[in-house]
Write a protein that binds this ligand. Sequence first.
Ligand code: HEC
Ligand code: HEC
Length: 316
Amino acid sequence: MATPVKDPLTGAETTGHVWDDSLQEFNNPLPRWWLWTFYGTIIFTILYWVMYPSWPIGNTYLKGIGNDITYKTDAGEEKTTHWNMRALLAHDMQNGAEAIKQQEYLAKVGAASYEQIAQDPDMSSFVRSYGVGMFGDNCAACHQSGGQGVVGQFPNLVDDDWLWGGDTTAIENTIRHGRLGYMPAYSKTFDETQLNQVANYVLTLSGEPAVDAAAAAEGQKIFQGQAGGCYMCHTKEGTGMHAQGSANLTDKVWTIANLPAAETPEAKLEAVKAVIHNGVKRQMPVFGKDGRNLSDTEIKVLVAYLQQMSGGATAQ
Ligand code: HEC
Ligand code: HEC
């Protein structure tokens, strides 16, 4: 080994490298504190590898020394796995005090009647908080988060006015089995005069002024007779039938024809004409079996929640 080169001025050992004739590289030992910190990080790393899931080995990896965790997967299967944060989170969400309370309430609501739910303040407030989440996850995309719907596309669920009926059985059936709202298009059946007549009559059914009163009188004959056959679904009086989801035309609630956006009687007439001309076809999806598979209790929570949202009534 060559004798270490020393800097003549300080006496410190140098590596022997010299730049620019005078710049030398000293060969000082590393500071102690730095060295120990460095060793410390190495020890920490090894301990970490042993204690936590970490280092890959072939097809597998070090799994750590924590206790195994059992939790339910999204598919509902029970799974036991080595300790890891994700499983721990799932386990805590399913077994924490809040989660257990939630399971208890779900079981209680599942076993209760709608009257019992409505009368019990605890169950009612559970339905409100759990229902708002379920509604947000499953329904709000179409019916909007407040349940107010979109005229022409998705009915308003909070106005206590129902196409298919607003008692708990009807709402439950709607959610479980879905609904197809269908009205034929009259574009080929009616000429412009007939369309104008029947649309004028429809306006008068809910007390809107007809744009042309004489036409409305003719329209009544079409509506109530074979030429239009509207009465077969909407009844002669125009009140609609829950069994068919045919809208009540005598109330001022519009679900397809966008009358709320129409300001003049002419614009309202056009809105009604458009529905008759184009017909209606819209689908409420199936949320029970073979659909989106909500459980009976989940459907029950939604029904009770909608009852609360629409004013708590079991009415029309
Ligand atoms: C993909 C869009 C869509 C989603 C999601 C959806 N709906 Fe609907 N829903 C509709 C349509 C469209 C109708 C109207 C069917 C018709 O014209 O008769 C409807 C109708 C209804 C009705 C009947 C309203 C009445 O006046 O009788 C209820 C109740 C209802 N939905 C509840 C729900 C609930 C609760 C959810 C969530 C679990 C939900 N909907 C999710 C589209 C949807
Ligand atoms: C086969 C049954 C059927 C027949 C026949 C029928 N309708 Fe309808 N109509 C419906 C249904 C169902 C709806 C509601 C659809 C929905 O909301 O999904 C509807 C909705 C409407 C609406 C919209 C109401 C609203 O709230 O926006 C108007 C207007 C209307 N019908 C007028 C008529 C007229 C006029 C005729 C005859 C020319 C007629 N319908 C014939 C089933 C029918």
